[in-house]
Design a protein around this ligand. Sequence first.
Ligand SMILES: [Zn+2]
Ligand SMILES: [Zn+2]
Length: 474
Amino acid sequence: MSASLHIPEEMMSELHSHLFPGDHDEHGAVIAASVMETSRGTRLLAHRLFLAVDGVDYVPGQYGYRMLTADFVMDCVLECAELKMAYLAAHCHGGSTSVGFSQTDMQSHERGYPALRDIVNGPPVGGLVFASDAVAGDIWFPDGHRSDLDVMVVAGYPRRILRPEPELAPAGAGEQFDRQARLFGDRGQEILKNLKVGVIGAGGAGSIIIENLVRLGVGELVVVDPDRIEPSNLPRVVGSKRGDTLPQLTHRRLGRVGKFFERFRATKVRIAKRHAREAGRTRMDALPISIMEPRAAEALVDCDHLFLAADTMQARLVFNALVHQYLIPGAQMGVKVQIDKESGAVVDMFAANRPVIPGKGCLFCNGLIDAGRLREEATDPEELRRQRYVDDDDVPAPSVITMNSVCASLATNGFLMSVTGLLDPVDFGWTKHDPRTGEFFEEEPRADESCQECSEEGRRGRGPTRRLPTFYRG
Ligand SMILES: [Zn+2]
Ligand SMILES: [Zn+2]
């Protein structure tokens, strides 16, 4: 079974500057990581970083060149045991794109790890060795088996992958993807094929995101949306057909009988799945349920990227938690059209794309999750459904496909540039586009250090050791 370690970008830079300060010497650290078993292998999610102080915690070794002191190891192991997380000791070697453990390293694992595994009592323990651009790992699991670390994913923007050795060149992307592979290479196409992406909401913006991802050749999608298609959705939902709304059976003329048949209209996820099957080869897990259902959120925890294209505060809350707790980069998008109730004039109008990246601020600390609205949604979802199109602050009232396409394409483009390594590694911003003037506005997201959602004290990297804010099922 394969194993991967996911780490927020900030934590990776902190670790990297500690291990490679430019003195070409050896340095050490420990990572506490939550552990998740998935159908795609074991995922380790870096939660806390302990830097070993040279000469104090990291000293000349008894067997090897340097070692962590017994005190430092014990402090870290006990902390990991309390957090119910894996203990991963890291040190550095020279070199750049390849790295491996020395014989002395392996002997020290064999001497030390069985005892540490007993103390941590549940989660695995292991070692990591870094070169400036590579990492190898030796993970010891509680059932006695050992596994190498296949990849380390820096869950930033751009997303970066570190391995023990440079990867072999992939096979050609093939005729179908020739034109786009000319942009990001056969390797880029291969990356897309191996990704699992979650889309929350399969309506106006979500259906365009799905269309983009399927045509790009993304391997696997999880799509969550509880809604059925209505005639008023047809102008915006890509892949929908007039027949999906059962126009004959649900016509107003039919009164209560027509109302009854509305419950048989096609779900938006079913439309998405049909459309995807006709357009590409993407496997799709289509869930016609609310993101508040634990089952929906659980289907998204091992995704590589998330898109939020749903318009409720509850969806924002769960999406935001998934991004930070499971270290999955994501983007929230939406269109706002504010109309003056008296005059009917357009007051404000924009299409927004907000990348939400672990450790780089969140929807909560930027005031985009409204506690009052959350409470409302939790108490009476049906009432809210009627109201939300009228007096809502930040989610769609009027809606048109062209504005949805702008934010959906900005979000998918950002994802594409990020995973294929084309994204310029500069500070990313949140973007708003005003279609009336053609202008784009940039906004820097805030990251509140004590945020209960995105900080280390909050959910960041806690994985399955913390409950997601879904409906509680005892
Ligand atoms: Zn070594
Ligand atoms: Zn936050």
